[in-house]
Design a protein around this ligand. Structure first.
Ligand SMILES: NC(=O)c1ccc[n+]([C@@H]2O[C@H](COP(=O)([O-])OP(=O)(O)OC[C@H]3O[C@@H](n4cnc5c(N)ncnc54)[C@H](OP(=O)(O)O)[C@@H]3O)[C@@H](O)[C@H]2O)c1
Length: 339
């Protein structure tokens, strides 16, 4: 009988993740029941949103229950099936969770979806996965940038931000990124074609933004919230669009974060600040994957992943998101890629 290693949620977090919130578990892989199939997990995705799924605050999905396998997106290979739609050898992506084998009927927060044979699994989790799709719809649908406008992206060297900035470049915009190290900033301007990048940990952010955005800010793609959002608000243009994708600076806060004191700039500048969820665009994922695949083929859109080896390292890897340890999409490799 094959053994399944899993990380279960053992306790709700308070403040920064310590790792003690998770419990390592060993259990036999169950036989699939009628209508079920077994997925051998190859990569699991680490997403800042998982910090929210661990708490029981009001959210867009129910919290992970104590004692349940930690919820996570992932990709893998079907190894056994009693489901008419799936056969051994199929590549699938969905929400397998932090475990080596997932027994599923295909439903879940992100229902299982088949991938074409030969798909690059890492790209399917990054640029062509949840974070790339988030960037695509956040920039194009919510931000609606026009050629020549100035777009600022926070969390710019991360999975979502790095794609958001590149898509804004493809639209003919001036793109300025904020990231947490000089190396990340050099990567944004050198490799990804950003026009300027600001190390928010060392710069005077207001002054650096003023210099990098001499014509003001038309679109702000926000991954971090907090003080950076507040500083951006003071430099927005008439009819600016602020795309609220996430607010990672507050995800480990014990007390509620204060609101941006500069929010009246939205009135002064008749600007729009709008949140969105990538899941709202599920019916249009095909359109986005086609467009982004084309940009990848043309060399206009580059992908980057940081891959941590071994499911046992998932809790430590998860912390990297909050400490800036990743460039591009953060993945944990759980098992070997299918041959
Ligand atoms: N709305 C949606 O549907 C949707 C979907 C996916 C993701 N999101 C959101 O998008 C954001 C990015 O997610 P991701 O998966 O792409 O993660 P990511 O950007 O790959 O990783 C998180 C990055 O955030 C930065 N960061 C951490 N703490 C910070 C702080 N206090 N201030 C500023 N930057 C900080 C770190 O980079 P540095 O080195 O630069 O600090 C880190 O690498 C998150 O807010 C997430 O919740 C939203």
């Amino acid at each position: 009988m094959t053994t399944n290693h899993q990380w279960l949620l053992a306790a709700r977090p308070s403040g920064m993740i310590t790792g003690d919130e998770f419990k390592w578990n060993e259990a036999p892989v169950p036989e699939p029941g009628p209508g079920q199939f077994v997925v051998r997990v190859v990569y699991v995705s680490l997403d800042p949103a998982m910090r929210g799924w661990m708490t029981d605050r009001r959210s867009y999905v129910p919290p992970v229950g104590i004692g349940e396998v930690m919820r996570a997106g992932g990709v893998g290979e079907v190894v056994a099936s009693n489901h008419p739609g799936y056969a051994a050898g199929d590549l699938v992506t969905g929400t397998p969770g932090w475990q080596e084998y997932a027994v599923t009927d295909g439903s879940g927060m992100m229902p299982m979806r088949k991938l074409a044979p030969g798909t690059d699994l890492k790209t399917s989790m990054g640029v062509l996965g949840g974070t790339g799709l988030t960037a695509y719809f956040g920039v194009l649908d919510v931000g609606q940038p026009k050629p020549g406008e100035t777009v600022v992206v926070s969390g710019a060297a991360g999975a979502t931000g790095s794609v958001a900035g590149q898509i804004a470049k493809i639209q003919g915009c001036r793109v300025v990124g904020l990231a947490g190290s000089d190396e990340k900033c050099a990567w944004l301007t050198g490799e990804l074609g950003f026009d300027a990048a600001i190390n928010y940990k060392t710069a005077n952010i207001a002054r650096a933004l003023h210099e990098a955005c001499p014509k003001g800010i038309d679109v702000y793609f926000d991954n971090v919230g907090g003080e950076i959002l507040n500083t951006v608000l003071a430099q927005i243009n008439l009819r600016a669009r602020l795309v609220i994708c996430g607010g990672i600076s507050g995800y480990n806060a014990v007390e509620p974060m204060p609101g941006p004191s500069n929010y009246m700039q939205l009135v002064v500048m008749r600007a729009r600040m709008e949140g969105f969820l990538v899941s709202d665009y599920a019916s249009r994922f095909g359109e986005a994957i086609t467009a982004m695949s084309q940009w990848i083929a043309e060399g206009k859109l580059k992908s980057a992943e940081t891959v941590v080896q071994g499911l046992e390292n998932a809790p430590k890897a998860f912390r990297m998101l909050f400490e800036g340890g990743n460039t591009g999409k953060l993945l944990v490799q759980v098992g070997p890629e299918p041959r």
